[in-house]
Design a protein around this ligand. Structure first.
Ligand SMILES: [Fe+2]
Ligand SMILES: [Fe+2]
Length: 250
Protein backbone atom coordinates (compact mmCIF):
# COMPACT_ATOMS: atom_id res chain seq x y z
CA UNK A 1 0.00 0.00 0.00
CA UNK A 2 1.23 3.53 -0.81
CA UNK A 3 1.61 5.78 2.16
CA UNK A 4 0.79 8.92 0.28
CA UNK A 5 -1.54 11.06 2.36
CA UNK A 6 -4.10 13.21 0.64
CA UNK A 7 -4.23 16.96 1.17
CA UNK A 8 -6.29 18.06 4.14
CA UNK A 9 -8.90 19.68 1.87
CA UNK A 10 -9.46 16.43 -0.07
CA UNK A 11 -9.60 14.44 3.18
CA UNK A 12 -12.24 16.82 4.54
CA UNK A 13 -14.39 16.05 1.51
CA UNK A 14 -14.10 12.27 2.04
CA UNK A 15 -17.75 11.81 3.08
CA UNK A 16 -18.87 13.52 -0.14
CA UNK A 17 -16.51 11.37 -2.23
CA UNK A 18 -17.81 8.29 -0.42
CA UNK A 19 -21.39 9.29 -1.22
CA UNK A 20 -20.53 9.97 -4.90
CA UNK A 21 -18.65 6.71 -5.44
CA UNK A 22 -21.14 4.58 -3.52
CA UNK A 23 -23.62 4.82 -6.39
CA UNK A 24 -22.78 2.24 -9.06
CA UNK A 25 -24.04 4.25 -12.02
CA UNK A 26 -22.01 7.26 -10.98
CA UNK A 27 -19.01 5.01 -10.35
CA UNK A 28 -19.12 3.69 -13.92
CA UNK A 29 -19.56 7.20 -15.32
CA UNK A 30 -16.67 8.59 -13.32
CA UNK A 31 -14.37 5.70 -14.24
CA UNK A 32 -15.14 6.22 -17.92
CA UNK A 33 -14.56 9.96 -17.60
CA UNK A 34 -11.24 9.35 -15.82
CA UNK A 35 -10.27 6.90 -18.55
CA UNK A 36 -10.85 9.61 -21.14
CA UNK A 37 -8.83 12.20 -19.21
CA UNK A 38 -5.89 9.84 -18.69
CA UNK A 39 -5.72 8.81 -22.35
CA UNK A 40 -6.00 12.43 -23.39
CA UNK A 41 -3.13 13.32 -21.03
CA UNK A 42 -1.07 10.51 -22.56
CA UNK A 43 -1.54 12.02 -26.03
CA UNK A 44 -0.41 15.47 -24.86
CA UNK A 45 2.66 13.95 -23.24
CA UNK A 46 3.57 12.19 -26.47
CA UNK A 47 3.43 15.57 -28.18
CA UNK A 48 5.55 17.08 -25.40
CA UNK A 49 8.12 14.29 -25.92
CA UNK A 50 8.23 15.14 -29.63
CA UNK A 51 8.87 18.84 -29.15
CA UNK A 52 11.24 18.96 -26.18
CA UNK A 53 14.93 19.45 -26.96
CA UNK A 54 15.99 17.81 -23.73
CA UNK A 55 16.80 14.09 -24.25
CA UNK A 56 16.21 13.11 -20.61
CA UNK A 57 12.83 14.86 -20.54
CA UNK A 58 11.93 13.14 -23.81
CA UNK A 59 12.56 9.74 -22.25
CA UNK A 60 10.62 10.62 -19.10
CA UNK A 61 7.69 12.06 -21.08
CA UNK A 62 7.52 8.85 -23.11
CA UNK A 63 7.40 6.70 -19.97
CA UNK A 64 4.84 9.10 -18.52
CA UNK A 65 2.72 8.97 -21.70
CA UNK A 66 2.64 5.18 -21.65
CA UNK A 67 1.67 5.24 -17.93
CA UNK A 68 -1.25 7.56 -18.67
CA UNK A 69 -2.28 5.36 -21.57
CA UNK A 70 -2.26 2.36 -19.21
CA UNK A 71 -4.30 4.27 -16.60
CA UNK A 72 -6.89 5.04 -19.27
CA UNK A 73 -7.14 1.33 -20.10
CA UNK A 74 -7.34 0.33 -16.42
CA UNK A 75 -10.17 2.79 -15.75
CA UNK A 76 -12.10 1.75 -18.86
CA UNK A 77 -11.66 -1.97 -18.12
CA UNK A 78 -12.86 -1.53 -14.57
CA UNK A 79 -15.85 0.48 -15.79
CA UNK A 80 -16.67 -2.26 -18.32
CA UNK A 81 -16.53 -5.08 -15.79
CA UNK A 82 -18.53 -3.07 -13.27
CA UNK A 83 -21.09 -2.46 -15.94
CA UNK A 84 -21.25 -6.19 -16.68
CA UNK A 85 -21.48 -7.20 -13.01
CA UNK A 86 -24.04 -4.62 -12.05
CA UNK A 87 -26.00 -4.35 -15.31
CA UNK A 88 -29.33 -5.58 -13.88
CA UNK A 89 -29.21 -3.06 -11.04
CA UNK A 90 -27.94 -0.09 -12.99
CA UNK A 91 -29.91 2.78 -14.31
CA UNK A 92 -27.63 3.18 -17.31
CA UNK A 93 -28.43 5.19 -20.40
CA UNK A 94 -24.91 4.87 -21.81
CA UNK A 95 -24.20 8.60 -21.57
CA UNK A 96 -21.47 10.27 -19.60
CA UNK A 97 -22.39 12.72 -16.90
CA UNK A 98 -21.59 16.21 -17.94
CA UNK A 99 -19.63 17.11 -14.87
CA UNK A 100 -16.68 19.42 -15.14
CA UNK A 101 -13.45 17.61 -14.46
CA UNK A 102 -10.06 18.82 -13.40
CA UNK A 103 -8.23 17.53 -16.45
CA UNK A 104 -4.65 16.37 -16.54
CA UNK A 105 -3.01 19.74 -16.22
CA UNK A 106 -2.03 20.31 -19.85
CA UNK A 107 -5.52 21.31 -21.01
CA UNK A 108 -4.72 24.97 -20.56
CA UNK A 109 -1.33 24.83 -22.25
CA UNK A 110 -0.27 24.85 -25.84
CA UNK A 111 2.03 21.89 -25.52
CA UNK A 112 3.83 22.78 -28.77
CA UNK A 113 4.86 26.22 -27.57
CA UNK A 114 5.52 26.02 -23.85
CA UNK A 115 9.07 25.88 -22.53
CA UNK A 116 10.10 22.82 -20.50
CA UNK A 117 9.89 24.55 -17.13
CA UNK A 118 6.28 25.69 -17.64
CA UNK A 119 5.30 22.21 -18.80
CA UNK A 120 6.96 20.58 -15.81
CA UNK A 121 5.41 23.03 -13.34
CA UNK A 122 1.89 22.46 -14.72
CA UNK A 123 2.45 18.71 -14.77
CA UNK A 124 3.75 18.66 -11.21
CA UNK A 125 0.81 20.63 -9.83
CA UNK A 126 -1.70 18.47 -11.72
CA UNK A 127 -0.05 15.18 -10.74
CA UNK A 128 0.10 16.21 -7.11
CA UNK A 129 -3.57 17.06 -7.12
CA UNK A 130 -4.40 13.78 -8.92
CA UNK A 131 -2.36 11.77 -6.41
CA UNK A 132 -4.17 13.44 -3.51
CA UNK A 133 -7.60 12.80 -5.03
CA UNK A 134 -6.78 9.19 -5.92
CA UNK A 135 -5.52 8.57 -2.38
CA UNK A 136 -8.88 9.74 -1.02
CA UNK A 137 -10.81 7.64 -3.57
CA UNK A 138 -8.74 4.60 -2.62
CA UNK A 139 -9.47 5.21 1.06
CA UNK A 140 -13.23 5.64 0.68
CA UNK A 141 -13.59 2.70 -1.75
CA UNK A 142 -13.87 0.03 0.98
CA UNK A 143 -17.09 -1.24 -0.60
CA UNK A 144 -15.45 -2.06 -3.95
CA UNK A 145 -12.05 -3.76 -3.53
CA UNK A 146 -11.47 -4.12 -7.31
CA UNK A 147 -11.90 -0.39 -8.01
CA UNK A 148 -9.87 0.36 -4.91
CA UNK A 149 -7.10 -1.82 -6.36
CA UNK A 150 -7.15 0.21 -9.59
CA UNK A 151 -6.69 3.46 -7.66
CA UNK A 152 -3.95 1.89 -5.55
CA UNK A 153 -2.10 0.79 -8.69
CA UNK A 154 -2.49 4.15 -10.45
CA UNK A 155 -1.57 6.12 -7.34
CA UNK A 156 1.83 4.46 -7.40
CA UNK A 157 2.51 5.91 -10.90
CA UNK A 158 1.04 9.31 -10.06
CA UNK A 159 3.49 9.61 -7.18
CA UNK A 160 6.33 8.88 -9.55
CA UNK A 161 4.98 11.53 -11.99
CA UNK A 162 4.63 14.03 -9.18
CA UNK A 163 8.20 13.46 -8.02
CA UNK A 164 10.03 13.34 -11.33
CA UNK A 165 8.32 16.51 -12.62
CA UNK A 166 9.51 18.41 -9.54
CA UNK A 167 13.07 17.04 -9.72
CA UNK A 168 13.29 17.88 -13.43
CA UNK A 169 11.77 21.33 -12.91
CA UNK A 170 14.48 22.13 -10.37
CA UNK A 171 17.10 20.78 -12.79
CA UNK A 172 15.98 22.79 -15.85
CA UNK A 173 15.07 25.93 -13.94
CA UNK A 174 17.08 26.07 -10.72
CA UNK A 175 16.48 29.80 -10.24
CA UNK A 176 12.88 30.19 -11.22
CA UNK A 177 11.22 26.91 -10.35
CA UNK A 178 9.30 28.38 -7.41
CA UNK A 179 7.84 31.16 -9.56
CA UNK A 180 6.87 28.62 -12.22
CA UNK A 181 5.11 26.49 -9.62
CA UNK A 182 3.19 29.46 -8.26
CA UNK A 183 2.11 30.46 -11.73
CA UNK A 184 0.84 26.93 -12.36
CA UNK A 185 -1.00 26.82 -9.02
CA UNK A 186 -2.62 30.22 -9.58
CA UNK A 187 -3.65 29.30 -13.09
CA UNK A 188 -5.28 26.11 -11.79
CA UNK A 189 -7.03 28.07 -9.06
CA UNK A 190 -8.28 30.60 -11.59
CA UNK A 191 -9.62 27.82 -13.83
CA UNK A 192 -11.37 26.24 -10.83
CA UNK A 193 -12.89 29.63 -9.97
CA UNK A 194 -14.11 30.07 -13.56
CA UNK A 195 -15.70 26.61 -13.53
CA UNK A 196 -17.44 27.37 -10.23
CA UNK A 197 -18.52 30.84 -11.37
CA UNK A 198 -20.00 29.52 -14.61
CA UNK A 199 -21.86 26.79 -12.70
CA UNK A 200 -23.27 29.41 -10.30
CA UNK A 201 -24.15 31.69 -13.24
CA UNK A 202 -26.03 28.77 -14.81
CA UNK A 203 -28.07 28.26 -11.64
CA UNK A 204 -28.81 31.99 -11.28
CA UNK A 205 -29.82 32.18 -14.97
CA UNK A 206 -32.19 29.25 -14.47
CA UNK A 207 -33.80 30.87 -11.43
CA UNK A 208 -34.26 34.24 -13.17
CA UNK A 209 -35.80 32.64 -16.28
CA UNK A 210 -38.17 30.55 -14.14
CA UNK A 211 -39.26 33.63 -12.19
CA UNK A 212 -39.81 35.51 -15.47
CA UNK A 213 -41.82 32.63 -16.88
CA UNK A 214 -44.14 32.27 -13.92
CA UNK A 215 -44.46 35.89 -12.73
CA UNK A 216 -43.79 38.34 -15.55
CA UNK A 217 -45.13 36.39 -18.52
CA UNK A 218 -48.58 35.80 -16.95
CA UNK A 219 -48.83 39.54 -16.27
CA UNK A 220 -48.25 40.33 -19.96
CA UNK A 221 -50.65 37.58 -21.00
CA UNK A 222 -53.31 39.09 -18.75
CA UNK A 223 -52.68 42.62 -20.15
CA UNK A 224 -52.84 41.30 -23.71
CA UNK A 225 -56.11 39.52 -23.02
CA UNK A 226 -57.57 42.60 -21.40
CA UNK A 227 -56.71 44.86 -24.30
CA UNK A 228 -57.97 42.22 -26.74
CA UNK A 229 -61.42 42.46 -25.19
CA UNK A 230 -61.44 46.22 -25.90
CA UNK A 231 -60.70 45.78 -29.60
CA UNK A 232 -63.76 46.04 -31.85
CA UNK A 233 -64.47 42.79 -33.66
CA UNK A 234 -64.25 42.39 -37.46
CA UNK A 235 -63.32 44.91 -40.22
CA UNK A 236 -63.41 48.57 -39.23
CA UNK A 237 -63.11 51.67 -41.32
CA UNK A 238 -60.17 53.90 -40.34
CA UNK A 239 -60.22 57.71 -40.49
CA UNK A 240 -59.34 59.25 -43.85
CA UNK A 241 -56.26 61.01 -42.34
CA UNK A 242 -54.62 57.67 -41.54
CA UNK A 243 -55.18 56.32 -45.00
CA UNK A 244 -52.68 58.46 -46.91
CA UNK A 245 -49.44 56.55 -46.89
CA UNK A 246 -48.97 53.28 -48.71
CA UNK A 247 -45.67 52.68 -46.95
CA UNK A 248 -46.87 52.71 -43.40
CA UNK A 249 -49.68 51.02 -41.56
CA UNK A 250 -50.67 54.12 -39.61
FE1 LIG B 1 -2.59 9.09 -14.60
FE1 LIG C 1 -0.05 10.96 -13.98
Amino acid sequence: MNHFTARRFDRLLSPIHWWIWRDETRRVQKLLRFGETETDGGRDLLRAAEVTRDPLLRRLYLVHASDEQRHGTLFRRRAASLLREAAPRLDWSGGLENSPHGGHGLDDLEVDREPDDTMLAFLHVAEKSAASRFAVYRDVMQFDPATRGVFEDILHDEMFHMNYTLTQLVRVSPERHRARLWRARLSRLWKAYLRLASAIAGVIGGVILTVQYFLILPLFAWLAKRSATREPVGWNAIPESRNDSLRSQY
